[in-house]
Design a protein around this ligand. Structure first.
Ligand code: IMP
Ligand code: MG
Length: 187
């Protein structure tokens, strides 16, 4: 491991700040918001966030993919759609990380056109703002990142493994080599 970027305590503190902002936003709302987690990366963040967000909400999930190895391919595949009817609802899209912005700008358009929600709020645990390639504003971010580093843990994967690490870190080359070996053995 090269470096721990966020330890477990730092993660929880950031998640609590996001939950407070969302509570502030929806505390007087008469309609129940639908929180839509983007699978699979947003799972740990969404689970923690909902512990601190103690107001009524409905949960749903969508699954898309765009990443291959350590870089974004730019082509989005919709793998699983939501199951709730979110027409005229306040929806909150929950992501692990925004990088180029391609995934979320696709999802935002997708929801607008297909479901016509009343509002769309974009929440991402991490925001790699300097790497943005498309015009996409994150409404609420947990932690802003300034450097272009490939991160792993707390939902972030390396070819589907290591999502279950409770902290966020930068892997070193040796580690990546050993993961590649493990992945090859499991092909
Ligand atoms: P974007 O479409 O370029 O904004 O990429 C967003 C998606 O890429 C996220 O939902 C993640 O699944 C993935 N991603 C972006 N940066 C990282 C990273 O540093 N580690 C692992 N996955 C990442
Ligand atoms: Mg993701």
């Amino acid at each position: 491991m090269k470096e721990i970027v966020l330890n477990e305590q730092e993660i929880q503190d950031a998640v609590k700040r996001v939950a407070e902002k969302l509570k502030e936003k929806f505390k007087d709302s008469k309609s129940i918001p639908v929180f839509i987690g983007v699978l699979k990366g947003a799972m740990p963040f969404m689970m923690d966030l909902l512990k601190y967000y103690d107001l009524p909400l409905v949960e749903d999930f969508i699954q898309v993919s765009s990443y291959d190895g350590t870089s974004s391919t730019g082509v989005i595949h919709l793998k699983k759609d939501i199951t709730e009817n979110v027409k005229n609802k306040d929806i909150v899209i929950i992501e692990d990380i925004v990088d180029t912005g391609t995934t979320l700008s696709y999802l935002k358009q997708y929801f607008k056109i297909k479901y016509q929600p009343k509002s769309i709020t974009i929440v991402s645990f991490l925001d790699k703002k300097p790497l943005r390639k498309v015009d996409l504003e994150v409404d609420i971010a947990g932690v802003a990142l300034t450097k272009n580093q490939f991160l792993v843990g707390y939902g972030l994967d390396y070819n589907e493994i290591k999502r279950n690490t409770p902290y966020i870190f930068i892997p070193d080359e040796e580690e990546i080599d050993s993961w590649n070996k493990l992945l090859k053995e499991n092909e």
